[in-house]
Design a protein around this ligand. Structure first.
Ligand SMILES: C[S@@+](CC[C@H](N)C(=O)[O-])C[C@H]1O[C@@H](n2cnc3c(N)ncnc32)[C@H](O)[C@@H]1O
Length: 252
């Protein structure tokens, strides 16, 4: 069961007391709407109202499970003065972005972006309260409310070194009206990534389906604009997870 299904099921139980049939349709309704800001605002508002102290919510798994995939791509700078630009796309209230900021030996500017202003505010408050010390004193961490189908409003073309996406494209692809948005997000990523940059998608989707989708969506006028690869992250609670790496092809 996905984390959202679990939350939706728990949240739905209260409604179920009143009407079992309506509960089932509400849960389905919300699962089908994971591309909508309102769904996530409600999710983060309800999750935070249940505790007095903030706790990061991790989709699938946390930083420890994927840090080798991420940190191996932050070992070199495009030029000596560069600060590596990293985007956690659809960050939610995950600790992934703050962990990259904390552990990167090279200077990074980590932008944690989400469509939900509630998630963004919770993260800002938590980071202010915890005052995380980065390994590199030139590193920066910021949180922005941003619809990632419009990355071009925040980034110049070819300016980002690494984009991490843990569950965001999955949420869009699984929604009734989200598939087009998932394609737009991928195209925006390819626009803002440097030629030396990468997009990492962490997902439980089977490679047969995701690689085909990526290869189809990464085409520009019939020409492949990116190379696509996959590695296994591992198995957790009986589910196999993957890391899909998308790297822009040099433009001719
Ligand atoms: C499955 S959750 C993953 C959250 C987080 N990455 C994690 O690992 O816990 C998907 C996230 O994508 C965000 N999201 C959905 N559509 C978005 C969009 N168009 N732009 C930015 N964020 C979006 C949601 O608000 C939600 O926080």
């Amino acid at each position: 069961m996905s984390p959202l299904s679990k939350w939706l099921t728990l949240s739905g139980r209260r409604i179920a007391a009143a009407c079992v049939r309506q509960h089932a349709s509400l849960t389905t309704e919300l699962i089908e709407n994971m591309d909508k800001k309102a769904t996530w605002d409600r999710f983060y508002a309800e999750s935070s109202s249940k505790t007095t102290s903030f706790k990061n919510f991790e989709w699938f798994f946390g930083f420890d499970a994927v840090q080798d995939f991420i940190m191996s791509l932050l070992q070199t700078k495009p030029h000596p003065d560069a600060v590596l630009q990293v985007l956690d796309m659809g960050c939610g209230t995950s600790a992934l972005g703050p962990c990259i900021y904390k552990h990167s030996p090279l200077p990074v500017r980590v932008t944690c972006a989400d469509i939900s202003p509630i998630a963004v505010r919770l993260m800002q408050e938590d980071v202010l309260a915890r005052a995380i010390q980065p390994q590199n004193l030139s590193s920066q961490l910021e949180f922005v409310e941003l619809d990632c189908t419009q990355l071009h409003k925040h980034y110049s073309p070819h300016s980002v070194d690494l984009i991490v996406d843990k569950g965001t494209t999955d949420a869009l692809l699984r929604s009734k009206e989200g598939k087009g948005k998932a394609g737009l997000v991928l195209k925006q990523c390819l626009k803002v990534l440097r030629s030396s940059g990468s997009l990492l998608q962490f997902s439980d989707e089977d490679p047969d389906a995701r690689l085909l989708w990526l290869e189809t969506e990464a085409q520009e006028q019939g020409v492949m604009a990116a190379d696509v690869g996959v590695q296994e992250v591992g198995e957790l609670r009986g589910v196999c997870y993957y890391c899909y790496q998308v790297t822009p092809r040099p433009r001719v």
